[in-house]
Design a protein around this ligand. Structure first.
Ligand code: SOE
Length: 380
């Protein structure tokens, strides 16, 4: 695994725990952790249970005792590392968004396909039992034809204008701001549940255009190191409308300026026979409304998806004993390991990553041109 901060911790925990709760077809071995700063990577490896460490990812990729490379670095190195890993015959698991641009993501897809390696991208929210129930209800027709998705992914961690210029606020490192970081998750859930996007029309906005420079910009917080200011060249918020191939329409809002929302990943989907609602901060529950319920008793009911009948839930605790954020990574890791064993790339994989990147790029283009942008035209 290359990188060891927030996502590195989540992935490491999942590798360590997956065999505790499930019986994956292959066992993960935490062989090598890689990071540029020797002292820090050594300490992280010891803490998170990795057997050894490297300070140069190219050396890591050359090693013969590695089957899979997990990329949890900032977005500007995903493509280079993933392509090199694929060319060295290693399976690749990559953080989202897949790349900085659509073109880069397409090269990543080409590389994994050409080299016949397994690939997957980390959209962990698909692996929440309540989201699996949402998928089952929609696929089995219980909601009928889908009319609407109303999706928001709201955070508030950079509202203070004195919050420093960390890496997530630099286009050179990230490609985009809340758009690629947050809207990418909403796009993935919409593709998973509603279907493929047809066209989009959106706005990206940066509210605070300059921020204090910070010496170590690698974290998600920190104190400004001087009075010197630097330019914020990514969006603080992204808002867009969408039409789907199947006729559904949607609205999407991703923001880091939605005060009071710490990780407000939420959506509502309305179909001809019913509606569903989900909120990450209450992630074990799915709210469901059926139009054919008895008149006078109609209303949203709350299903607590902790019973054994729900995917993944049975591996953890008795019904009603909820699971959390970290378990979404464990569930995803189970699928990744089974894919590696059986020789297929579980969804969401790099093909999903490219389609996601196309929607991100289309919204960016629309924000610049103030026009609707078709996804299939970008993918040509
Ligand atoms: C930070 O904004 C972040 O950790 C994202 O990078 C994750 O993908 C998201 O799930 C939670 O917020």
């Amino acid at each position: 695994m290359i990188g060891y901060k927030f996502m590195g911790k989540a992935h490491s925990h999942a590798y360590r725990d997956v065999s505790f709760y499930f019986d994956p077809a292959v066992e993960p071995v935490l062989q090598v952790l890689c990071g540029r700063n020797e002292e820090n990577v050594k300490e992280a490896a010891a803490k998170m249970g990795w057997k050894s460490y490297e300070t140069d990812w190219r050396k890591l990729i050359e090693r013969e005792d590695i089957d899979l490379i997990d990329v949890v670095t900032p977005n500007n190195s995903h493509a280079e590392i993933a392509i090199a890993a694929a060319e060295a015959g290693k399976h690749v698991f990559c953080e989202k968004p897949l790349a900085m641009t659509l073109e880069q993501s397409q090269r990543m897809q080409e590389a994994v396909e050409k080299n016949g390696v397994i690939h997957m991208i980390n959209h962990n929210y698909r692996f929440v039992p309540a989201i699996q129930l949402a998928k089952k209800l929609i696929d089995s027709g219980r909601l009928g034809k889908i009319y609407h998705i109303r999706s928001t992914y709201l955070q508030d961690w950079i509202m203070d204008p004195q919050f420093p210029l960390v890496w997530r606020l630099s286009k050179e490192v990230c490609g985009s701001g809340s758009h690629g970081d947050l809207a990418a998750h909403s796009i993935d859930l919409a593709r998973f549940l509603v279907g493929e996007f047809k066209e989009v029309n959106g706005i990206l906005e940066t509210f605070i255009k300059q921020r204090p420079i910070v010496e170590d910009s690698s974290g998600l917080s920190g104190k400004a190191s001087s009075d010197q200011m630097g330019e914020v060249d990514v969006d603080d918020a992204s808002v867009f409308m969408a039409r789907f191939e199947n006729g559904a329409i949607g609205t999407f809002e991703a923001s880091r300026f939605a005060g009071g929302n710490r990780n407000g990943n939420r959506f509502e989907i309305n179909g001809e026979k019913g509606s569903i609602r989900w909120d990450m901060e209450n992630m074990n529950n799915l709210e469901i409304f059926f139009l054919d319920d008895e008149p006078g008793l109609q209303g949203f009911r709350t299903i607590n998806c902790t019973e054994e009948i729900h995917p993944y839930a049975g591996a953890y605790w008795p019904a009603g004993h909820i699971i959390g954020y970290e378990h979404t990574f464990i569930n995803l890791t189970l699928e990744l390991l089974n894919g590696v064993d059986k020789g297929y790339s579980p969804s969401p994989n790099f093909i999903d990553g490219v389609r996601n990147q196309a929607v991100l790029a289309a919204v960016e283009k629309s924000s610049r041109s103030r026009q609707w942008v078709s996804i299939s035209e970008l993918l040509q």
